[in-house]
Design a binder for this molecule. Structure first.
Ligand code: ATP
Ligand code: NMN
Length: 363
């Protein structure tokens, strides 16, 4: 094993490994490296039973490094290297994931969606997921059995309390009317741009509009369609399950222009769900097919058909739902006696807001 001095000094790591005595494996040799492990920014490569330390330049010259990187099965999740001094040159696109839905109530599967999506995006090597946002729909959505947003928000807050990257956002549910998902995306992309502007130095070239932050916080306006690729601003993507994607085809539920904006300007990360065939659906939809490069399909191999509807049903029947949702959420449901036959009757016979809007109102 190489002494710890060789390439452990961060200031030396950018230079050629040969210059600093790192024992990189010769580039021309067939791949004998069987495993790679990063420790404090130095890579230990297990090679012919011997462990050697490699600095980044040496590592990147190894054919076996690229072989490992291109194999999704064997690729170590923490590669490529990200020691502190290399963070600056990290050119991966920052991504924020936004999940919209009823969350009536939030389940463990809703939380899993974020973990699955983040793993998937990180494994591409192109993205760095910096935040997850859960945006519960407002009461004006009028879905059957939808309980008050204040309770759904409170349960999401409890469910995400121990997450350091997923959080709830009350903006959508505090609006006076139901909002199209694309408008929720626009709001959050604009908010991210404002946050980025506030962080950026004044000469960053990104204009800060006077009063923009106040307006967003006070929900005074709704931003126009914006460029989501603005440099420095994380890219917002809609996170959903296969059933939500398939709902695009339900008449009078989604406007084609909204679907187009979602897949062209933002992008989708779609998690497989029992009963939904997202792959086939994309193939059959001209617009989704056109923007298929902006749609990430993630297969959940540990299949789990937890659904909020089934949880509510079990609760009404006095059956246990433990381990299907966080204990703290279950406790909240019990304390406030949330799901019962009366609550399930809410909005019975009422037309869902989008259908009401698109069947009768101007489009
Ligand atoms: N088991 C699951 N697998 C994949 N995606 C899921 C799953 N459960 C929920 N989702 C996704 O989570 C988002 C929010 O879903 P929603 O609040 O409607 O919950 P739900 O469990 O689907 O509710 P319901 O059972 O009432 O349809 C949607 O994009 C939905 O597709
Ligand atoms: N046209 C639209 O933008 C449109 C239509 C239907 C549902 N949605 C959204 O999709 C989500 C669906 O949630 P549910 O699966 O709980 O019904 C909600 O956030 C809802 O607002 C958006």
């Amino acid at each position: 094993m190489l002494g710890p001095g060789a390439c452990a000094d961060p200031s030396q790591r950018e230079s050629s490994c040969d210059a600093h005595g790192c024992r990189a494996h010769p580039v021309t040799t067939p791949s004998p490296v069987v495993s790679l492990l990063e420790i404090d920014g130095v890579v230990c490569a297990s090679c012919f039973g011997e462990t050697i330390l490699l600095c980044p330049p040496a590592l990147h010259r190894l054919p076996c490094f690229w072989a490992l990187r291109s194999s999704s099965e064997s690729r170590p999740q923490h590669l490529p290297l990200r020691p502190a001094e290399m963070e600056k040159s990290d050119d991966r696109t920052e991504v924020v994931l936004l999940a919209c839905g009823s969350f009536n109530p939030i389940t463990n599967m809703h939380l899993r969606l974020f973990e699955l999506a983040r793993d998937h995006l990180h494994a591409t090597g192109r993205y760095r997921v910096v935040k997850g946002i859960i945006s519960p729909v407002g009461d004006t959505y009028k879905k059957k059995g939808l309980i008050e947003a204040c309770h759904r928000l409170a349960m999401i807050r409890l469910a995400t309390a121990d997450s350091d990257w997923v959080q709830v956002d009350p903006w959508e549910s505090s609006q006076n009317e139901w909002l199209e998902t694309v408008r929720v995306l626009r709001h959050h992309q604009q908010k991210l741009a404002v946050e980025q502007n506030l962080k950026s130095p004044p000469d960053s070239g990104i204009p800060v509009k006077k009063g923009q932050k106040r307006k967003l916080e006070n929900h005074e306006d709704e931003p126009d369609r914006i460029c989501s690729d603005r440099k420095g601003t994380p890219k917002l993507k809609l996170l959903c399950g296969g059933d939500l994607l398939e709902s695009f085809r339900i008449p009078n539920l989604w406007k084609l222009e909204d679907i187009t904006e979602i897949v062209s300007d933002y992008g989708l990360v779609c998690i497989s769900r029992m009963g939904a065939d997202a792959d086939k659906f994309i193939y059959e939809s001209d617009i989704l097919w056109m923007y298929r490069d902006n749609i990430s399909l993630v297969t959940e191999w540990i299949t789990n058909d937890i659904s909020a509807t089934k949880i509510r049903r079990a609760l009404r029947r006095g059956q246990s739902v433990r381990y299907l949702l966080p204990d703290s959420v279950l406790e909240y449901i019990r304390k406030h006696q949330l799901y019962n036959p009366e609550s399930e009757d809410r909005n019975t016979g009422v037309i869902l807001a989008p259908i009401q809007k698109y069947s009768t109102g101007p489009q």
